[in-house]
Ligand binder design. Structure first.
Ligand code: KIV
Length: 294
């Protein structure tokens, strides 16, 4: 039996079908999803999808497609703003793009990343910056990286009424110290990952991202916690899965990580459209009569 089925079985009376009208993905409700809906979905043993978004128009497409949770990730550094890593991303950049994503959506829970340098000084700095994203950008939750090392920040934000999604395993803001490699391999590292997961749950996080973690360890973390786990490169047994949208739609140039899956080839589609437009301009076919005023 899968982990999800096990969670499901413990939550519903024997034989009772889950009420699909309440589902995070495919459910009937049109109001804005809250962290309570996320907890209820986990109780029901439901899996759910999360995508990153960095602008209003793309976010509106994902909202209409029924994606229940969107992350204004600091992956905007590499995927939207042209930086090499997430490290240079600023609070101003996150705040502006988060507000755009909120404006572009009606139903999805919008989670904004606290960028590198916005919470490492301590809980008070974390509270100041998270408050800005909640008040100014209108997001429903924030995300920050780190397990035991971030538990004080998480506690203060949760005490102040700010829902927090945690992020452990590979934490890209620490790329300069950590590199990009699978985390939690070996007994000692696996035990530390379990301690980190419990620390963020105990601090009050409503969910935790597990990035680049061996599938067996991600499954154990998922079994151990009562809050949902959101996997990226963490195998099939987490409660939710997140992908960086530019990877998912084939917009990212060059090599993409093995754990990602490309569901479309927008790079090709956009390139072809741009070439067709250019050729029609050069050849005089655009604008035609129907695009012209007299
Ligand atoms: O910034 C981001 O997109 C993220 C996801 C990879 C979880 O943190």
């Amino acid at each position: 039996m899968s982990l999800q089925a096990a969670r499901n079985q413990s939550a519903s009376p024997a034989g009772a079908p889950a009420d699909s009208s309440k589902a995070l993905y495919g459910g009937k409700s049109t109001r804005r999803i809250s962290v309570h809906d996320i907890a209820a979905a986990t109780e029901r043993g439901e899996k759910w999808p999360m995508l990153t978004a960095y602008d209003a128009m793309t976010a509106s497409v994902f909202d209409e497609a029924g994606i229940p949770v969107m992350l204004v990730g600091d992956s905007m550094g590499n995927c939207h703003l042209g930086y090499e890593t997430t490290v240079p991303v600023t609070m101003d950049e996150i705040a502006i793009l988060s507000a755009a994503v909120v404006r572009g959506t009606r139903r999805a829970l919008i989670v904004a990343d606290l960028p590198f340098g916005a919470y490492q000084e301590g809980p008070v700095q974390a509270l100041r910056n998270a408050t800005r994203l909640i008040k100014e950008s209108g997001v429903g939750a924030v995300k920050l990286e780190g397990g035991e090392r971030s538990h004080e920040q998480i506690e203060l934000l949760v005490d102040a009424g700010i829902p927090v999604m945690a992020h452990i395993g590979l934490t890209p803001q620490s790329v300069n110290a950590m590199g990009y490699r699978v985390q939690g391999r070996g007994e000692e590292a696996a035990q530390q990952m379990l301690r980190d997961a419990k620390a963020v749950q105990d601090a009050g996080a409503f969910a935790v991202v597990l990035e680049l973690v061996p599938a067996e360890l991600a499954a154990e973390v998922t079994r151990t916690l009562h809050i949902p786990t959101v996997g990226i490169g963490a195998g099939p047994d987490t409660d939710a899965q997140v992908l960086v949208y530019t990877d998912m739609v084939g917009l990212t140039g060059g090599k993409v990580p093995r754990f990602t899956k490309q569901y479309a080839n927008l790079r090709q589609v956009l390139g072809d459209a741009a070439k067709e437009f250019a050729e029609e301009v050069v050849g005089g076919a655009f604008p035609a009569a129907e695009h012209t005023f007299h």
